[in-house]
Design a protein around this ligand. Structure first.
Ligand SMILES: [Zn+2]
Length: 467
C-alpha cells in the first residue's frame, strides 16, 4: 500500500541549501523535491497535503547524546525512552542516539541487551545506541568488533567518575587501538576525575557544600588537560576521537590545535554551555542544583568561544546530553553535599528551538543550525543520508517549523518527565508545528499524534565524517 504526502510552499533548509520547494513523501521516504509553483511541483500528487507556506521545512533533529533512564548516583534519569522520545518529537528531534552502559565486571553484550529491552516498543521516534565501555579487558575489546557489525559503532569512555565509569590511560589507549583497527569512534568524557575528586574532598572539608562548588572544583584546566591527553592518546593509537560536551575555552583551544594539525578530532557542545553559566549554579536556596551537570557550566565568558568554535567548525555538533533528574526527590539527594547531586540536565525538547534562537541572535546561520543539529551528527555516527537531510531517498523525518511563533520555555508546558525547566521563563522565537517520522505524523499542528513503538532501532554504519 502506497501512502503519499506532499508538503507545499515551505522554505526547505538543509545543511547545504535553502530552497522554496514542495516535498513529496512516499512510503516513509522523501521521493522528490520540486521548486514551488512550477509545473513539476504541480504534478506532485498525494492523498495528504500539508501547507507549509511561510514556514521552514527542515530535517528532523538528530540528538546524538541522550541518557534515558540512566542509573546514576543511586537514582535513575527521570525520562523513560517513551517519555523522552515523545518530548524529543515535540521539540523537532526525530532521532536520538542513547548510551547503553556496560557495568564493571559484565560484558558489553549484557549492557546492550538491557538497553534494547528498555527501549524496544516504547519509542515515539527512531533511536540508536552508543556503548559506554566501563571495563576494558581482552573480552570487551573483542566484543567491540561484534557490536560494530550490528550497528553500535561508537564507544564512550570516561576520564571522570573514578570507581564508576572511569578508565585509566592504559584502558583508553587499548580501546583506541582497537577502534583504529575496527572503524569504531571513541567518544570521550574529558575531565581529570582523579584530580577533581581530590578537590571535591578538600572543598567539602572546608564546608563548601552548595551546588556552586560543583562548578568550582571541576576546573576548566582539568577539562583542558584531559582533552589534551585524550587527543594525544588517540594520536598515538592512530584513531579518531570525538570529545563530548565541551564546555571550556581552554578545551576548545586543544581541539583547535589538534584540528590544525590535521587530526580526526571532533568536538560536541550542548545548549546548556551556550545559554547557561555559573550564575545559574550560584542561584540561592539550592536552586543551583538544577544546573549541576558534568562537564559543569562555565562563567559566561566561555560562551563566545563555543559559538566561535561552532562557526569555524572546530566544534561540529550540538547534542543535549539530556539526563534529567527531578528537583524534588532527586537533585535534593545532594543537599548539604554537592557531590551527591545527580549530574544532568533536561534538554532534548529544547535544542532545536534554542539553536534557532541562536540564528536570530546572529551566532550561526540557518544552514549551520541544520548542520550542527541534524546533518553532522547523522554523518558523525553513520546515519547519513538516511537521517539528517531532506533529499530523495532519505527517511521522511521532516519538521514544519514556524520561525515567527513565540514561546516561553517552562516546566508547565514542556513534555519532558521532569519537574523543572533549565530555561524556565526564557522567551524564544520559533516553534515546531508538525513533525513526521518516516512519513508518519508524530506531532500534527501542535498535537501529539504519534505512538509508543513507532520508533525503530537504527543500526549505524561507521563514522562518515573522517578526513
Ligand atoms: Zn553523557
Amino acid at each position: 500500500m502506497s501512502s503519499r504526502t506532499v508538503i507545499r510552499g515551505g522554505l526547505v533548509i538543509t545543511a547545504s541549501d535553502e530552497i522554496h520547494a514542495d516535498v513529496l513523501i512516499e512510503d516513509g521516504r522523501i521521493a522528490a523535491l520540486a521548486a514551488s509553483g512550477t509545473p513539476a511541483a504541480g504534478a506532485l500528487t498525494a492523498e495528504r497535503t500539508l501547507d507549509a507556506t511561510g514556514k521552514y521545512v527542515i530535517p528532523g533533529g538528530v540528538d546524538a547524546h541522550t541518557h534515558m533512564e540512566l542509573p546514576f548516583g543511586g537514582t535513575f534519569a527521570s525520562d523513560t525512552f517513551e517519555t523522552g522520545t515523545r518530548a524529543a518529537a515535540w521539540g523537532g528531534t526525530t532521532t536520538i542516539v542513547d548510551f547503553a552502559v556496560q557495568s564493571v565486571g559484565r560484558s558489553l553484550r549484557e549492557g546492550l541487551d538491557a538497553w534494547h529491552a528498555k527501549a524496544e516498543g516504547t519509542c515515539a521516534v527512531d533511536y540508536g545506541f552508543h556503548m559506554i565501555v566501563s571495563d576494558v579487558n581482552p573480552e570487551t575489546l573483542k566484543e567491540m568488533d561484534l557490536l560494530i557489525e550490528e550497528g553500535v559503532t561508537s564507544f564512550k569512555q570516561f576520564m571522570a567518575y573514578p570507581g564508576v565509569f572511569y578508565s585509566d590511560d592504559g584502558q583508553i589507549l587499548r580501546a583506541m587501538q582497537r577502534s583504529a583497527g575496527n572503524g569504531g569512534l571513541i567518544m570521550m568524557h574529558a575531565e581529570n576525575g582523579i584530580a577533581i575528586d581530590v578537590l571535591v574532598e578538600q572543598a567539602l572539608a572546608r564546608g563548601e557544600t552548595g551546588p556552586r562548588y560543583h562548578g568550582e572544583v571541576r576546573k576548566a584546566l582539568l577539562e583542558a588537560e584531559a582533552t589534551h591527553r585524550a587527543i594525544r592518546l588517540a594520536q598515538v593509537a592512530g584513531a579518531p576521537l570525538y570529545v563530548v560536551h565541551v564546555s571550556a575555552t581552554e578545551a576548545v583551544a586543544e581541539l583547535i590545535r589538534a584540528r590544525d594539525e590535521g587530526l580526526n578530532v571532533f568536538g560536541e557542545t550542548c545548549p546548556q554551555y551556550l545559554f547557561l553559566s555559573t550564575d545559574n549554579l550560584a542561584e540561592p536556596d539550592f536552586e543551583g542544583a538544577k544546573y549541576v551537570c558534568s562537564t559543569p557550566l562555565r562563567p559566561r565568558e566561555h560562551q563566545a568561544h563555543l559559538w566561535k568554535g561552532l562557526r569555524t567548525n572546530d566544534l561540529q555538533v550540538v547534542s543535549t546530553d539530556h539526563c534529567p533528574f527531578c528537583f524534588t526527590g532527586q537533585k535534593e539527594l545532594g543537599r548539604g553535599d554537592f557531590s551527591k547531586i545527580p549530574n544532568g540536565l533536561p534538554g532534548v525538547e529544547n535544542r532545536m528551538d534554542l539553536l534557532h534562537q541562536a540564528v536570530l541572535d546572529g551566532h550561526i546561520s540557518r544552514r549551520r543550525w541544520i548542520e550542527i543539529a541534524c546533518a553532522t551528527p547523522a554523518r558523525m555516527f553513520g546515519l547519513y543520508p538516511k537521517k539528517g537531510t531532506i533529499a530523495p531517498g532519505a527517511d521522511a523525518d521532516v519538521v514544519i517549523y514556524d520561525p515567527h511563533a513565540e514561546q516561553v520555555m517552562s516546566a508547565g508546558t514542556h513534555h519532558m518527565n521532569v519537574d523543572y525547566s533549565a530555561y524556565e521563563g526564557k522567551r524564544v522565537t520559533g516553534r515546531v508545528e508538525t513533525v513526521l517520522s518516516r512519513g508518519e505524523p508524530v506531532i500534527t499542528e501542535r498535537e501529539y499524534t504519534g505512538r509508543a513503538g513507532h520508533g525503530a532501532y537504527l543500526p549505524r554504519s561507521t563514522c562518515q565524517y573522517l578526513t
